[in-house]
Design a protein around this ligand. Structure first.
Ligand SMILES: Cc1ncc(COP(=O)(O)O)c(C=O)c1O
Length: 413
């Protein structure tokens, strides 16, 4: 290392020392020597999770068996987790339900939302959304006999008129990291009499979300990215309180019944957001998520945002300064329009990502030409950003991305 690079790395360290989230990294178990920039795909393992899950398996399930529904309060676990997620998305826990996958949750929520606007004939969605959102919206449209209307992602409001029942958008784009102005778009939907549904998969835990303040009707989001709930951890749904009473979701299972253990023949929806439930909740996954969310104890959302912007801004600054436009920054540079990831375009993006992984820097590739880097503010440091760009410079200078072993045809994700 030259004196110059040592100095620059020290400067990165100084930024970490000044960071309000500096202590939070210790709440996670991260592999030594790895720079992990893929928390926008799978969040890191919070320190409290292994023991908590192990206890749930060996004691609650293994010894107490069925009694744990009461003794360990499994029956209310989903509610307790919802209460922890609420404050992270600007909502009351009582308006949040947790239990199914994001895709299933989106299906139930979108169908229920459309049913609240009878007579309206269209769902608006952006074509650049994560594929499952488009597929699910098409499925709901088919089921309910509605038009699926693809909007211009740059100006979704233009597609909204008095025929539109629901506008369904992803707050932070999975490919580019671009972020919508939640307040402005929600207002535009409401001005046309439509309901607003946000997908928060790339927002919750990384950027502040104010659902109640912006009068959002519905939101869904996964918990395995910036909320660190573990692979396949269950998704959440938010339903604004004014919609609880009339909510008619399509998978009316027994867990959404007002009195599941009465075993009635006829369905009577539970009061409040609990009617979004369908079947038996995934207790082990909820247990991991419950423990994972404790990592956010005492953490201020404003500090999360400030740290996220500092990390992404620093990454962009170093890429600009050191890579001479070899990769194009496709994430908006304006802080107000940027989530917590930075995406770079390169003809050999797959090779770039694979070569970086071999050098200990984990990001990911999205077809056809995007290298994504997620900056989970809770555990990524400025020094990681510095080290990642050092490795990226080496990969590009030595053209390691062109190695035949990094052929994109080998890509599995
Ligand atoms: C915006 C968005 N929605 C939905 C999903 C995934 O849905 P599921 O949790 O059902 O796999 C993802 C996954 O990355 C996503 O980025």
């Amino acid at each position: 290392m030259t004196t110059e690079t040592t100095g620059a790395r020290e400067e990165a360290r100084a930024r970490d020392e000044a960071s309000p989230l500096g202590e939070c990294r210790d709440r996670f178990l991260l592999p030594e020597g790895m720079v992990y920039l893929d928390g926008n795909s799978l969040g890191a393992l919070p320190r409290g999770v292994p023991d908590r899950v192990s206890r749930a398996v060996t004691e609650e399930w293994g010894r107490r068996l069925i009694a744990s529904w009461n003794d360990a309060d499994w029956i209310n676990l989903s509610r307790r987790v919802a209460d922890k997620i609420g404050p992270l998305i600007g909502a009351k826990g009582a308006d949040v339900h947790v239990g199914d996958s994001t895709s299933v949750t989106l299906f139930k929520t979108l169908a229920a939302a459309c049913r609240l606007r009878p007579g309206r004939t269209a769902i608006v969605i952006e074509p650049s959304t994560f594929p499952t959102d488009g597929y699910v919206a098409a499925g709901v449209a088919r089921l309910l006999g509605l038009e699926l209307r693809w909007c211009d992602p740059e100006d979704p409001a233009r597609a909204v008129d008095e025929d539109v029942a629901v506008v369904c958008l992803t707050h932070v784009d999975f490919r580019t990291g671009a972020m919508y102005d939640m307040g402005a778009v929600t207002r535009a939907a409401h001005d046309a009499g439509a309901l607003m549904l946000w997908d928060l998969c790339h927002s919750a835990g990384a950027v502040p979300v104010e659902l109640a303040e912006h009068e959002v009707d519905f939101a869904v989001g996964c918990t395995y990215k910036y909320l660190n709930g573990g692979p396949g951890s269950p998704a959440f749904v938010y339903v604004a309180p004014e919609h609880h009473g009339a909510l008619d979701q399509p998978i009316t299972g027994w867990m959404g019944h007002a009195h599941p253990f009465d075993m009635d023949r006829d369905y009577l929806p539970a009061p409040g957001v609990t009617r979004m439930a369908s079947g038996t909740p995934p207790i082990l996954a909820l247990t991991a998520l419950d423990a994972a969310l404790d990592a956010f104890d005492g953490v201020d959302q404003a500090d999360i945002r400030a740290t996220s912007l500092s990390l992404t801004g620093y990454f962009i600054e170093l890429v600009d300064a050191r890579l001479d436009a070899a990769l194009e920054v496709i994430t908006p540079r304006g802080p107000a329009l940027r989530g917590s990831q930075v995406s770079l375009r390169h003809d050999h993006a797959y090779g770039v990502v694979q070569a970086l992984i071999d050098r200990g820097v984990v990001g990911d590739f999205r077809t056809p030409d995007v290298a994504r880097f997620g900056f989970a503010p809770m555990y990524v440091r400025h020094v990681d950003v510095y080290d990642a760009v050092e490795q990226l410079v080496a990969v590009v200078k030595r053209e390691e991305f062109a190695s035949p072993s990094y052929d994109v045809r080998n890509a599995v994700t």
